[in-house]
Ligand binder design. Sequence first.
Ligand code: PLP
Length: 438
Amino acid sequence: MQLSDFGKKYTARTGILELIDDLGKAAVNTGEQYMLGGGNPAVLPAMSEVWKRRLTELSADIEAFEAGLSRYHSHTGRPAFVNALASLLRENFGWPITGKNIVVTNGSQTAFYLLFNLLAGEAEDGGRRRVLFPLVPEYIGYADQPRSAGDLVGVRPHIERTAPHRHKYHIDFDALELTDDIAAICVSRPTNPTGNVLTNEEIAKLDTIAQAHGVPLLIDGAYGMPFPNIVFPEAVPLWNENIVLGLSLSKLGLPSARTGIIVASEEIAEAVGSANAITSLATGTFGQLMAEPLIQSGEILRLSNDEIRPFYLEKSRRTLEWIDELFADQLDYSVHESEGAFFLWVWFRNLSITTYELYVRLKERNVIVVPGTYFFFGLDEPWEHADECIRINYAMPDNEVRRGLEIIAEEAIGAAVSDPTPSPATASNPDAESERRP
Ligand code: PLP
């Protein structure tokens, strides 16, 4: 087969392909396995009940079922769905939004693919434009989306040591350069892979910078506000005409319904809708039908705040305790502050192997994690930190997470260098000077 440039680019062995391949194989593997990779959400009994109830309602109303699923719908989303969401956002956050500001895509993964390729690449004026990620590590799924790898620019964070064995990344605003070729700024909040939640001040500052340079600020809220709200600290959601907010039904428990949502200016929403028509023809309605009444009644907010957020908060606390119990005194490690999403980002120093090699060894023992290297894209030079981190998904049942962590501890201890150099990862003084380059 003779592949085109597009063909070569999109058939490469990428991090996201490896991740989803691991996930797909795990889904059919009936043997012993500890799936701490991928981005599968937990199955919450309260949410399963809600979806079961919706399925029963849908199948009982055969006319609504047929009207909803037996014909193509619009390339921008079901009017009832987008209008209900616009009302919810207007009433709860005061955002000046109508249905024209909303477009549904077949997963928010697709939404970002369309957005990056609408904005970055060869521009109408003949120049090349790029997307700026002000804090890398960022979501593995963005890394290979633009047609050219050079269309992404990443910036290393400032690293604050917040407590023994804990750290937090902050945007290094001094290192942020808004050159003329920047087409958009993009962050996920909460951030996949780290569980970081950019502070309100950081978001406000990004918003000001984006507006001053006339480029949109893309905020990926796949885990964020207003739903599923897997956000632990106090954080304010922000939207204005210059912000493109990505949302998803996946982390509410419907990843296979493939429903992503973009809230943006009418111009951007329309552009995504047009691209949708070409790539997908119409939007899938199953997820929209499932969630529509929950959005109309506002129940989606209650479920997010009272069921989903506390569930993950509790699970995060428990997993952190296990990590400290299993790693302390044996490993030179630090975990990113767990502020949202359902990942823990573990930084190992003084291993004799890269975390990609650790990933391979763990896979041989049926433990799947995601190695750090894939999350560091767009940097102008290699950074050893990328080979020192792994992402652990703690959404799976407790016994699987606990056993997976035990095996991770065994393998990491086995790979630890015997004569370690002193490291910031284990700093016992949280007030010690924070740093940018560990
Ligand atoms: N954005 C982030 C930050 C994610 O972690 C994911 C999936 O895990 C996506 C977007 C894509 O989600 P979906 O396409 O299921 O809406």
